[in-house]
Design a protein around this ligand. Structure first.
Ligand code: GLP
Length: 247
């Protein structure tokens, strides 16, 4: 395992790993969180970045039944059961492979007809679970966290967000056409994410190098939502060499 630590002016250490080592290293963070209290709470991300982690968790064949799981975000406008809804993505990525009870996996509900109430309910569910012990994160190439797009408040809460064309284009790979990619979503806010006790950011590929540099070494600014990571007391960043190449 190439375990080099790259210094960052934002005092957030970046562990640079071979691609094959990212999943197991990230899984160790999850195992630590699972052991932290009787009913641990794990925040889960979608997208490609966390896939090696989820594969490592599945391969561990551990018992995850004590945990509750909270998604970062969900699309608005997809019918229930749509294969690219994050509810279905998480069913494929963690519920089925880890043998989870679906009732322990929570997402903001885009089907109630009242997004504001659904978002407030989601925030309450996180509080009632005792907060999130470990929040797994990816980063968008425009520096977004979850679906918090550039320009938003750095202390935002779970809410309806409009997706930028850059994000829609980046996520088009999961849909038949750009027109099929939703324009809105419900997302944990940056303030919600910062409430988690430990943040785990997994970053892969040269396409994320500039976003990672801006997030860790640029100003804390709405121009780069991921820069709020600099405000948190416990951030673990696991990156491959390409993603860490500008640090
Ligand atoms: C989407 C998700 C984010 C994710 C980002 C990057 O916008 N809502 O949670 O971090 O895409 O995805 P990927 O890891 O596939 O690059």
């Amino acid at each position: 395992m190439n375990n080099s630590i790259l210094p960052s002016s934002a005092a957030i250490p970046v562990t640079c790993l071979e691609p094959g080592d990212l999943g197991p290293a990230a899984a160790d963070c999850v195992f630590e969180a699972l052991a932290s209290r009787p009913k641990p709470v794990i925040g889960v991300a979608t997208g490609s970045s966390p896939s090696p982690l989820y594969q490592a968790l599945a391969a561990s064949r551990r018992d995850f039944s004590s945990a509750a799981w909270f998604a970062l975000d969900e699309y608005v406008g997809l019918p229930e059961g749509h294969p690219e809804s994050y509810a279905e993505v998480l069913r494929r990525e963690i519920i089925d492979p880890l043998g989870l009870d679906p009732r322990t996996v929570h997402l903001p509900n885009p089907h109630t007809g009242d997004h504001q109430a659904a978002c407030a309910r989601y925030e309450q569910q996180i509080v009632e679970a005792g907060g999130i012990d470990l929040q797994i994160l990816g980063i968008g190439r425009n520096g977004h966290l979850a679906f918090n797009e550039p320009g938003g408040a750095l202390d935002s809460r779970t809410r309806l967000e409009t997706l930028t064309e850059d994000t829609r284009t980046a996520n088009q790979r999961f849909f038949d056409s750009l027109e099929d990619v939703p324009t809105h979503c419900l997302t944990q806010g940056l303030g919600t994410i910062l409430d988690a006790r430990h943040l785990l950011l997994i970053v892969q590929g040269a396409g994320k190098a500039e976003a990672l540099r801006a997030a860790l070494q640029g100003p804390v600014s709405p121009d780069c939502p991921a820069s709020v990571l600099q405000l948190h007391g416990r951030v673990t960043v696991l990156a491959d060499a390409a993603a860490a190449s500008l640090l």
